[in-house]
Design a binder for this molecule. Structure first.
Ligand code: SF4
Length: 198
């Protein structure tokens, strides 16, 4: 909630409705809406009948899966300038498809807001954030990412903002995938493992 509020302060934009990408972006979207004084609404719903068959190895089937997994609520988004909040952009493929789905449903504008900084480094501690080659935050500038996902504007929460939202100082957390500074030394074997695994 707090991250969404700070995101609204860092990246304001005129819009009619704030929506969250379910479920990861919902709470931050509510915080954004409150701080911006823009109504919060449900613009995307999960298609619960698809099950988990969307998780496939190849990117093309994953793309199809995203389309099937999330439906836009046409009545809510048609003709609106939307702020779409999510918690991260990793490869960019998913965000791009969601923007497309919203525009196909009649959204006039889609402004993407992310409640964390760009993911620029791999995680060596168990979270699957992909190799740097696959991370769009490591490969492209923000304006290039905006174009890639087809958004009308794009804003990420700063690392300072993220730390403020937690209420603790950065030293108490790992921020490795955002900053490249890991709390413990990453053994060479760890790096090699991450790269060999993929
Ligand atoms: S913050 Fe640290 S532990 Fe968490 S995903 Fe990023 S690198 Fe991994």
């Amino acid at each position: 909630w707090e991250a969404g509020k700070l995101l609204a302060k860092e990246h304001p934009v005129e819009a009619d409705l704030v929506i969250g990408v379910p479920d990861s972006g919902t709470v931050s979207a509510m915080g954004y809406a409150e701080a911006a004084g823009i109504p919060f609404g449900i613009g995307l719903i999960k298609n619960r009948y698809v099950g988990r068959t969307f998780i496939k190895a190849t990117q093309s089937s994953r793309e199809i899966g995203v389309k099937l997994k999330l439906n836009a609520v046409k009545e809510a988004v048609r003709g609106k300038r939307l702020i779409m909040v999510d918690d991260s952009i990793v490869r960019g493929t998913t965000s791009g498809l969601i923007v497309k789905v919203l525009k196909e449903a009649g959204a006039k504008e889609v402004h993407v807001r992310v409640s964390s900084p760009p993911v620029m480094h791999s995680c060596y501690f168990g979270i699957d954030t992909s190799t740097r080659k696959e991370l769009i935050g490591a490969q492209r500038k923000i304006e290039e990412i905006r174009q890639y996902i087809g958004a009308d504007s794009l804003g990420y929460l700063s690392l300072d903002g993220l730390m403020k939202a937690t209420g603790f100082s950065g030293e108490r957390f790992c921020t490795g995938c955002f900053s490249g500074a890991y709390p413990i030394e990453v053994p060479r074997e760890g790096k090699r493992y991450v790269f060999e695994k993929r």
